[in-house]
Design a protein around this ligand. Structure first.
Ligand SMILES: O=c1[nH]c(=O)c2[nH]c(=O)[nH]c2[nH]1
Length: 306
């Protein structure tokens, strides 16, 4: 009896690549999750730790980003280009599997017009309501969670203090993305909560949140959050306060200079970002009218910030 290596494959799983075509003011966005696997003769790596045949998973990841920099096209076409390249890279590599998930984004409508560089990812969004009866008082919180939005430009972040641990570069142009969780409290209006057009109110607030995200030239996600809450209060006299929780879904500009590719935001090639999932900044805040009495009981039992 001999113990032998059976079927095997290896690669980089879930490379989160976002490519932005900025060749016109109307940006186009491709958002992919790419996994690669190589098949071939990798026996020595498994049995002896001899890596002479191992095209590293790190290289496979870099190749995904470099190929995206040349334009993605359809997921099928991108997969074909990548799989053929990987399978053909060394004679001991006999095959490659490339799996591509493509996430769809829709343009956010501002004033009824699709925005040039602000997008919403459909699906997953949840409408919420919490009603509290406390003696004679009644409170209604409406809200939403997982409203996923992204801007490909119109976002800066600079002017922050630098201590010995600060490495973050200042930026005048970055991708800004978040998944909005919001709750807002309706004013009791003489206790006449019944009979309001709840769905109409909800739709109005949601539209204002989206429009404010899209239309705000952001100097910080904190500023965008405040502006979104402020816009709701300005447009809805029925709302007393808005609480927002917004993770900063970081999109890091991928450095491709090691293989001679420029990836600075410009218009002559797609700009390639790595969509990181964690850790993430978590920006949370309340925006409220200072002349409406607080109602902490309305928020009792609501976990997290809002
Ligand atoms: O909008 C931002 N706010 C921050 O507080 C922060 N911190 C950070 O590292 N990046 C960002 N971006």
């Amino acid at each position: 009896m001999a113990i032998v290596l059976g079927p095997n494959q290896y690669g980089k799983a879930e490379v989160r690549v976002v490519a932005v075509d900025r060749s016109s003011p109307r940006h186009e966005l491709v958002d992919l999750n790419v996994s690669t696997s190589l098949r071939g003769d990798f026996t020595a790596a498994h049995t002896r730790g001899d890596n002479a045949h191992v095209l590293t998973t790190d290289t496979q990841k870099n190749t995904v980003f470099a190929f995206a920099r040349d334009g993605v096209g359809s997921p099928e076409a991108f997969g074909l280009r990548l799989a053929r390249h990987l399978a053909g890279s060394y004679d001991w590599i006999t095959g490659a599997r490339v799996a591509v998930e493509s996430y769809g984004w829709e343009r956010i409508a501002v004033g009824g017009q699709p925005h040039d560089h602000a997008f919403r990812r459909p699906g997953g969004e949840v409408r919420t309501a919490v009603v509290t009866v406390d003696g004679d008082d009644v409170h209604v919180l409406a809200g939403l969670s997982d409203l996923v939005v992204l801007k490909t430009t119109g976002s800066e972040f600079w002017g922050f203090p630098r201590d010995r641990y600060t490495t973050l570069a200042e930026t005048r142009d970055r991708v800004l993305a978040t998944a909005v969780t919001a709750r807002w409290r309706y004013t009791p209006a003489d206790g006449a909560l019944d009979g309001r057009d709840w769905s109409g109110l909800y739709a109005g607030v949601r539209t204002v949140l989206l429009e404010a995200f899209a239309a705000t030239h952001s100097l910080a996600l904190q500023q965008t959050l405040y502006r979104m809450g402020e816009a709701v209060l300005e447009s809805s006299p029925d709302v007393a306060e808005v609480r927002l929780s917004m993770p900063n879904r970081h999109h890091f500009l991928q450095d491709l200079s090691a293989y001679g590719l420029d990836n600075t935001p410009g218009s002559d090639h797609p700009v390639v970002y790595h969509a990181d999932d964690r850790p993430y900044g978590l920006i949370e805040g309340t925006v409220l009218r200072d002349d409406v009495p607080p109602a902490e009981v309305a928020w009792l039992g609501t976990p997290g910030f809002c």
